[in-house]
Write a protein that binds this ligand. Structure first.
Ligand code: BT5
Length: 269
């Protein structure tokens, strides 16, 4: 019943109408509760769903991060969404997609909180140095080609500090926690998909150069000493950039240049 929805709820009819005719959102799958929007989108991808298919959930029971980590996904407050992409790029370039997505998210959130949004490699979006959004990109690869990519995005919108689990209450934030005002998830997700479409076109038509430039403008990591941990391995050095495959370039001891394709990075103060 659209009439009974508060301005902070999802209004599916309106959402469908406003995304119709757009490339992203041409097919919309909404769940009031699901395990993980990425898992749902992956199954849809395997079943042949077209590029631009969007999955949205109000709540996830098994929201996923990288490396089997979980994403806190309570109902009524945040955005949990996944998008199916079928880019004609080499599988070695798949990591460009989450980098592109980070920029698209950052640009949209910047309108709500100007100049405070930063990007941390590989794909965290930070607000006042705390994590406001996580991005999980999962690719189905067929040889050197990409069959499809599921781009999952979780944004903390109206969740309050006392609703965060203890483990993340110091490292996570939300838009309401920083701005003090409730924000419509509906308006935010529409802007998000419009902006993602813009940057995705940029990537496919003009390549990675502009995206790399923009990413470098938005990250505080370059020139800093960083530590990257991946599984049991730890690498330290000065971050100098990212390469065309989205790997972080580090100048380690003895001026040895190392490219890192996956891991968790922290800036050493
Ligand atoms: C990520 O992983 O940051 C990717 C998160 C992607 C979530 C979206 S939601 C829609 C779609 N469907 C899914 O199932 N997933 C995607 P990673 O870099 O591994 O970070 C995970 C870590 O972030 C956790 O181990 C926690 O420390 C922290 N964390 C968990 N929930 C959080 C939250 N809501 N806000 C901020 N930090 C959180």
């Amino acid at each position: 019943m659209p009439g009974s929805l508060s301005s902070m709820d999802w209004n599916l009819e309106e959402l469908k109408e406003r995304l119709s005719g757009k490339h992203f959102g041409r097919q919309l799958h909404y769940y009031s509760k699901t395990d993980s929007t990425n898992d749902k989108a992956f199954a849809l991808g395997i079943a042949g769903a077209p590029e631009g298919t969007v999955v949205i959930a109000d709540r996830q029971s098994r929201g996923k991060g990288r490396l089997q980590r979980s994403w806190h996904s309570p109902p009524g407050v945040n955005i949990y969404t996944s998008l199916i992409l079928r880019p004609r790029i080499a599988s070695s370039e798949a990591a460009r997609i989450p980098i592109m997505a980070g920029i698209a998210v950052a640009e949209v959130l910047d309108k709500y909180y100007p100049s405070k949004i930063k990007l941390k490699w590989p794909n965290d979006v930070l607000l006042n140095n705390k994590k406001v959004c996580g991005i999980l990109s999962q690719a189905k690869i067929a040889g050197k080609e990409i069959d499809f990519i599921v781009l999952g995005i979780g944004i903390n919108v109206n969740i309050k500090h006392n609703e965060l689990p203890l483990e993340i209450c110091d490292s996570a934030t939300s838009l309401i926690m920083e701005t003090g005002r409730e924000i419509s998830r509906q308006e935010l997700i529409i802007s998000l998909y419009e902006n993602l479409e813009k940057w995705y076109k940029q990537l496919l038509q003009k390549g990675f150069i502009r995206i790399k430039q923009k990413w470098l403008e938005l990250t505080p990591m370059i020139g800093q000493n960083v530590q990257v941990i991946f599984k049991d391995e730890m690498i330290e050095g000065k971050a100098t950039g990212i390469d065309d495959g989205g790997s972080l370039i580090i100048l380690a001891e003895g001026n040895k240049e190392i490219k890192i394709s996956a891991g968790d990075a922290t800036i050493k103060r």
